[in-house]
Design a protein around this ligand. Structure first.
Ligand code: SF4
Length: 311
């Protein structure tokens, strides 16, 4: 049973919604803390005023195996983002605003239609800046029978205060850990505080849901799943991140070390980011994770089909 059903039936979901919506008045939904009044229609750094936007939704079979199962993960891609990654692989959605405005009934409809298609979960992609809008939609969807687990699939720059509002609502957290170094985070995503805020967020997520639990059919039910995209020339700080996960979160953390970096958006302008990673760089990242004591690594695809550049 999805975590939020109990909160909803006890009437406490409404309190969480009110707490989340109140953050929009002087926006501190994410650690940027822009202070703009989104209730009055002012956009902050995420370019999203009162209403959320969605670019697409549907069953997705390219996510991690425990999310996909047999019938797919029910993704909803929210437009815009609180990060400004120069190499974003979804930049038309996250940076260029590809999508349409949706009210709570329209988001709820998308959730319910994914459930009707047999998806195993509702996978909220880039949810950080629209948490209040998602909660409003969730209440509407539950009234019409939504019961699937929620996956919070974020870039990892999440506020602990906002995450506390989600305690007992989100079943599976799937954040990125993009960088271990503040200067690199500033240069590539425009946010110096990313590593510190990211680590605090991961701790809160793990406190809420623990290590990833997978049922006998191989489908994730609850817990933390961390994504780490390996960047060329060690820019992602893999060693620091895997050591943090093993020592300060749990050696049982389920981690997807990702090799699919490819230059796009503004990456061609950044020395070192204009090429894919090499097989050696990817193997080294996996080796660092294993040496750190992490053993639950998502099943890596054969290097040959990832399009990694040759040595
Ligand atoms: S959610 Fe958007 S407006 Fe609010 S603090 Fe973050 S970037 Fe700023």
């Amino acid at each position: 049973m999805a975590a939020y059903l109990e909160l909803c039936h006890s009437g406490k979901l409404r309190e969480r919604i009110e707490a989340a919506v109140s953050l929009l008045g002087s926006c501190s939904v994410c650690p940027r803390s822009c202070g703009v009044n989104r209730l009055a229609g002012d956009p902050g750094k995420c370019r999203t005023p009162r209403e959320a936007m969605v670019s697409s939704y549907g069953p997705h079979f390219g996510e991690e195996a425990p999310l996909v199962g047999r019938h797919g993960s029910g993704t909803i891609f929210f437009t815009n983002c609180n990060l400004e990654c120069l190499f974003c692989q979804n930049y038309s959605i996250s940076q260029l605003g590809d999508g349409e405005k949706v009210n709570k009934e329209e988001i709820a409809y998308r959730m319910l239609s994914l459930q009707a298609k047999g998806c195993h979960n509702i996978n909220l992609v880039s949810p950080t800046h629209v948490v209040p809008q998602i909660l409003e939609a969730l209440e509407t969807a539950v009234e019409s029978g939504l019961h699937l687990p929620l996956v919070y699939n974020s870039g990892g720059y999440d506020s602990v205060e906002t995450l506390k509002i989600l305690d007992g609502i989100v079943d599976i957290y799937m954040p990125d850990m993009k960088y271990d170094d503040a200067d690199i985070a500033k240069e590539l995503s425009g946010i110096e505080s990313y590593p510190a805020m990211n680590k605090a967020a991961i701790k809160e997520m793990h406190r809420q849901v623990g290590d990833l639990e997978i049922n006998e059919e191989g489908v994730a039910q609850r817990g933390l799943l961390v994504r780490h995209l390996v960047l060329p020339h060690g820019l992602a700080g893999t060693k620091g991140i895997v050591n943090f996960l093993s020592k300060e979160i749990s050696p049982n953390t389920y981690v997807n070390i990702m090799a699919q970096y490819h230059p796009c958006y503004k990456a061609f302008q950044i020395p070192g980011l204009e090429q894919r990673i090499s097989p050696t760089e990817f193997r080294e990242a996996l080796s660092l994770a294993r040496k750190a004591g992490l053993s639950r690594l998502d099943k890596a695809l054969p290097i040959g089909i990832l399009g990694i550049r040759s040595e």
